[in-house]
Ligand binder design. Structure first.
Ligand SMILES: C[S@@+](CC[C@H](N)C(=O)[O-])C[C@H]1O[C@@H](n2cnc3c(N)ncnc32)[C@H](O)[C@@H]1O
Length: 235
């Protein structure tokens, strides 16, 4: 488990959603919905879904709105504060199909071949904070997926065109740390997020890591000139 990352989510959980929405001009919500819709389409029914690194539970909610009863969704995260916020939100919306598990993505407390589909959104960068951890996490997701099941990875990415990448990095540099710091009060958390966005893998490299983790087929779709991407990796 990465204690540093866990600590900084403990500092920013209260303002996390608002800051995301400001920084992406609301586009993060649209991308999550698209990833959730693809996950629902891929699954056999009735199914068991896992939203790992679920945070405040928005992708789990997007899944629950698209999945016909009696599918079940487990929202898992290693931050109790994030999960408490997710539980309050889900209770308020009257959603009964989502349950919660406190879990580290690097060592999942689930049996092999448990899930029909797994989603993760805007958290893969966190799993890459230490060398080898991203591959370890992807192998865990592969282990707990049923054969034929798919993993959906929504994350920031790198625009293909140099000039667009340059503007994207400039935008991230000028906005993520100052705005995140101003609203959340945590300078170090948003300094880390800003640099991790600029240094994360381009989509084809992430595709290679997913193959290395054992997935049989991998495909991806880019959003906003490649500023974000959703990878679909199937077992
Ligand atoms: C940027 S937030 C994303 C939350 C949510 N998926 C979303 O789309 O808004 C990253 C989340 O990943 C969680 N996280 C980071 N590393 C983790 C790990 N190794 N195991 C479980 N959760 C982790 C953090 O606690 C945080 O809630």
């Amino acid at each position: 488990m990465n204690k540093g990352i866990q600590r900084f989510y403990t500092r920013i959980w209260g303002s996390y959603e608002l800051i995301n929405s400001i920084l992406t001009l609301g586009m993060d919500a649209r991308w999550r919905k698209k990833a959730a819709a693809s996950a629902v389409k891929s699954s056999r029914e009735p199914g068991l879904f896992l939203d790992i690194c679920s945070g405040t539970g928005q992708t789990a909610i997007d899944l629950s709105r698209r999945l016909p009863y009696p599918n079940r969704i487990i929202a898992a995260d290693f931050s109790p504060q994030m999960l408490t916020q997710a539980a309050a939100k889900i209770h308020e919306k009257g959603i009964a199909t989502i349950s919660f598990t406190l879990a580290d993505a690097l060592l999942l407390p689930f049996a092999d071949n448990s899930f029909d589909a797994i989603t993760i959104s805007f958290a893969t960068r966190n799993l890459d904070a230490k060398q080898g951890h991203l591959l370890q996490a992807f192998r865990e997701f592969h282990r707990v997926l049923k054969p034929g099941g798919c993993f959906f990875n929504l994350e920031t990415s790198q625009p293909r065109l140099k000039i667009i990448r340059w503007f994207f990095h400039l935008y991230v540099k000028l906005t993520v740390k100052p705005i995140g710091w101003l609203i959340s009060g945590s300078e170090s958390s948003y300094a880390y997020l800003s640099s991790s966005i600029r240094s994360f893998y381009p989509a084809p490299e992430l595709e290679s890591i997913l193959y290395e983790a054992g997935f049989k087929t991998v495909a991806y779709q880019r959003f906003l000139f490649g500023a974000a991407a959703v990878h679909q990796a199937c077992k």
